[in-house]
Write a protein that binds this ligand. Sequence first.
Ligand SMILES: Cc1cc2nc3c(=O)[nH]c(=O)nc-3n(C[C@H](O)[C@H](O)[C@H](O)COP(=O)(O)OP(=O)(O)OC[C@H]3O[C@@H](n4cnc5c(N)ncnc54)[C@H](O)[C@@H]3O)c2cc1C
Length: 357
Amino acid sequence: MPDCGFAPRLPACGTGGRVDSETVWDIETDILVVGSGAGALTAAVTAADHHARVLVIEKSAQFGGTSATSGGAVWIPASRQAAAAGAADTPEEGFAYIKALTGDAVEDERIWAYVRQGPAMLDFLERATSLKFVAIPYTDYHAELPGGKLGYRTHDCNPIHASALGADFDTLRPTHPSAMLFGVIPWTMYESAPMITQAPGWQKILAKVIWRYVSDVKQRLRGSRSRFLVFGNALMGRLKLALDAKGGKLLLDTGLVSLVRQDGRVVGAVASQNGRKVRIAARRHSGLRWLRAERYVAGGLSAGADQPGLERVAAEQYRRWPGGGAGGRGCHGFAGGSLVGAGDKGRRRAARAAAVL
Ligand SMILES: Cc1cc2nc3c(=O)[nH]c(=O)nc-3n(C[C@H](O)[C@H](O)[C@H](O)COP(=O)(O)OP(=O)(O)OC[C@H]3O[C@@H](n4cnc5c(N)ncnc54)[C@H](O)[C@@H]3O)c2cc1C
């Protein structure tokens, strides 16, 4: 029996709960979230915050996905944090900028969904987790375009010490070397910018950053990984802490294989855990009328899953909730993947669907 951590409502985890003549469920949950990147864990925390039982399955032995390895900088126009920093920005300018970048590749309603829900998503995360975001003076890559800004749309989150994560530190996917000083020393956005540009005082900051790293003698004796977690590591570490605090569960080494449908609806999924099949039922939670149980959240899909099915489900989810439509209920989620559509269309569409969750 998999260590699902839930008291199964079905007769027993692994022994019953037939929904049809074929399926025997091993685990039952309200919401099943596939993947453990920023898109997935934000959706998971959101559902758990609405008192749903949430199960996250991650196919690899580490959680956090590309998000954990990344700079973790969250691009959202016209946020409350930007206003607090004194920046002048509006949703309309944010829309104009994305529109100028994407042309006709992305539907307007999808862009509006991102622009309108983004600031609410940041505020939600500040309320529901220990994350704090700061809008930083990091320029838009094409600030010359209509709606472009010279800063304060990129948000950095607060660092965290590995000790706060306990054993999760070992399974948090590490920061990518390209996002660290000398490929190994973490630095915050406010530390890296003056060093890269050699602004006045950069030597002092350099000394501080190196000292912070070498002075952690206990950890240096263990290895090169720093316990001062920044960027995507801080983002994913704090999201995981919030998931734990709200009773959500994460299963590593558990990859989605296929979705289970009943009467045309997705009612669960089959996952592979260390080569063994695990059938997971996803029940609708009464407090989550806006998040239908048959909808699955996928962050960064990859080979091995029933991708066409999953993409379609995620895309359907998006279509139902563009711009807070169909009742305009508040939904939160990180943008998984780029808004600029190209290449693998289905995968990007699924990722975009996560953006409006
Ligand atoms: C070095 C670097 C720096 C970056 N910096 C930034 C930045 O500062 N700002 C920014 O906006 N973007 C940045 N990016 C891009 C950004 O990291 C990604 O676009 C984003 O993390 C994607 O998030 P996601 O939630 O969609 O998926 P991911 O974070 O990739 O998570 C997907 C997860 O799903 C799991 N998974 C896949 N298939 C299955 C399956 N079948 N079953 C179960 N689990 C599965 C994967 O193992 C993975 O853990 C950076 C990227 C890199 C590499």
